[in-house]
Write a protein that binds this ligand. Structure first.
Ligand SMILES: [Zn+2]
Length: 133
């Protein structure tokens, strides 16, 4: 390449002119765009701390039908507070247990029902019973 100032011939890769010492444009070298430093790239958004666990919600609803809804943030289930639903389920299960011979299976089914319903709700679907926040 030739120096734009003095016209002296220089090697294509030289940074400075051999004749006058002025800086030469590096036309021959490919333009390198420096990669964006990693610290300037947006961080992956971490999951918010204290995020509620859908599995725990379903397990809570299995062990204590209604409490899982309360844990997940529902304030009304079947138009009643989830805590009241829990009391109702306990009473109903007690009555069933008292008056039936096949006591074990029905409370189990009730627990499975509520656990599965809340599990469906945690995925964003309405589930089987009405619940509002
Ligand atoms: Zn020169």
């Amino acid at each position: 390449m030739f120096c734009p100032k003095c016209g002296a011939q220089n090697q294509n890769d030289s940074a400075f002119c051999m004749g006058c010492g002025s800086r030469l444009a590096q036309v021959s070298s490919p333009t390198q765009t420096p990669a964006q430093p990693a610290y300037q790239q947006p961080f992956a958004v971490p999951p918010p701390t204290g995020q509620k666990n859908a599995v725990l919600a379903a397990i809570l609803n299995f062990l204590f039908p209604g409490i899982g809804y309360w844990y997940w943030g529902y304030r009304k289930v079947l138009t009643i507070p989830p805590i009241l639903l829990f009391v109702l389920v306990i009473v109903v299960e007690y009555v069933i247990w008292w008056f039936t011979f096949y006591a074990g299976i029905i409370p189990l089914l009730i627990s499975v029902f509520f656990a599965y319903d809340l599990w469906v709700k945690t995925t964003g679907q309405p589930g089987w019973i009405e619940a509002t926040r």
